[in-house]
Design a binder for this molecule. Structure first.
Ligand code: IPM
Ligand code: MG
Length: 356
């Protein structure tokens, strides 16, 4: 098949890890007879430096025209001034909104050979296989009004947590749909003992559940969920939650996998190109050193093949190769090893042979 992929390297380690993900896609494409083309576009801090804004119309238009978007990371200390009118993160949020990718899938499946890299006891990590589905275009991140003002001589700031039933229903439906292909269990995470938006979320989740008798639904408060993720993570199958809760819980869940550098994500909407990015940030402290873990990006490329291009076999080739490299003991620095970003990728590519 032919497919065009928009590549948005962004800032910090973004370009280093994406270079490797693109290399992997090129090789898989050649091996399996596909014609993948790529075009690079700025986003985040580098876009602010070049164009004054974090996401240009050109970048968004190129993404919309593509079959899928692969993104590295945005942000860095040079753009961190809280008083700045433009921030790199605005680019990422505008892109998610602009592509209407409301469902962010973040799979967490620790590799047995990496149990030691996690601070958790290995027996807790046995059989952990979680699909976190984070709502990505609503909630506190986007709710209006959102402003600052001075009241009685005091600075005040407002963010709004708002959800419509349609926004809740579509993501919960996706959670049930994915659970049907997995262990048939959905945990809907909210704060219904305090928040009105969570009570609506819980109600809609229960309504959706009625249409999926083969899947069980549990409701769990977000504080409990954050505790269970590290005390009994194997109990989760599909976990679905609102934007900010999902942001926080997925950073927590990433320690199960041994390193933030391991985790990929896919952001999907109703048709249209999906957006694929590792969940780690731009890691300015190690940027430019060539030591970042490329697996989050490479596994994101696998998700791109699986969800946007429907190339399940090719996605499995990449996942299998990552698995095999880890099993053989290949490790970047974040996992206690010494392989460079490129060498780690070489090892993964070497493993393709045995899978094709
Ligand atoms: C993530 C990141 C982003 C988010 C930031 C960079 C805006 O933390 O993708 O999890 O909060 O969504
Ligand atoms: Mg985050």
């Amino acid at each position: 098949m032919k497919a065009h992929i928009a590549v948005l390297p962004g800032d910090g380690i973004g370009p280093e890890v994406l270079e490797q993900a693109v290399r992997v896609l090129q090789i898989v494409g050649t091996l399996c007879g596909h014609e993948f083309t790529f075009s690079e576009h700025p986003i985040g801090g580098c876009s602010i430096d070049a164009h004054g804004i974090a996401l240009t119309d050109e970048t968004l238009a190129a993404c919309r025209k593509s079959d899928a978007v692969l993104l590295g990371a945005v942000g860095g200390p040079q753009w961190d001034n809280p008083d700045a009118a433009v921030r790199p993160e605005q680019g990422l949020l505008a892109l998610r909104k602009g592509l209407n990718v409301y469902a962010n899938l973040r799979p967490v499946k620790p590799h047995p050979a990496l149990f030691d890299a996690s601070p958790l006891k290995p027996q807790l990590l046995d059989n952990v296989d979680i699909m976190v589905i984070r709502e990505l275009t609503g909630g506190l991140y986007f709710g209006q009004p959102k402003f600052r003002k001075v009241v009685d001589g005091q600075r005040q700031a407002v963010d709004t947590l708002v959800y419509t039933e349609t926004e809740v229903r579509r993501i919960v439906e996706l959670a049930f749909h994915l659970a049907q292909q997995r262990r048939k269990k959905v945990t809907s995470v909210d704060k219904a003992n305090v928040l009105e938006s969570s009570r609506l979320w819980r109600q809609v989740a229960s309504e959706v559940a009625a249409h999926y008798p083969d899947v069980t639904l549990d409701h769990m408060l977000v504080d409990t969920a954050s505790m269970r993720l590290v005390t009994l993570p194997a109990q989760f199958d599909v976990l679905v939650t609102e934007n900010m809760f999902g942001d926080i819980l997925t950073d927590e869940a990433s320690i199960l996998a041994g390193s933030m550098g391991m985790l990929p994500s896919a952001s999907l909407g109703d048709g249209g190109p999906g957006l694929y990015e590792p969940i780690h940030g731009s890691a300015p402290d190690i940027a430019g050193k060539g030591i970042a873990n490329p697996i989050g990006s490479i596994a994101s490329a696998a998700m791109l093949l699986r969800y946007s291009l429907k190339l399940e076999r090719e996605a499995a080739v990449i996942d299998g190769a990552v698995d095999s490299a880890i099993t053989r003991g290949c490790r970047t620095k974040d996992l206690g090893g010494s392989l460079s970003t490129r060498r780690m990728t070489d090892e993964i590519i070497e493993s393709f042979q045995s899978y094709t």
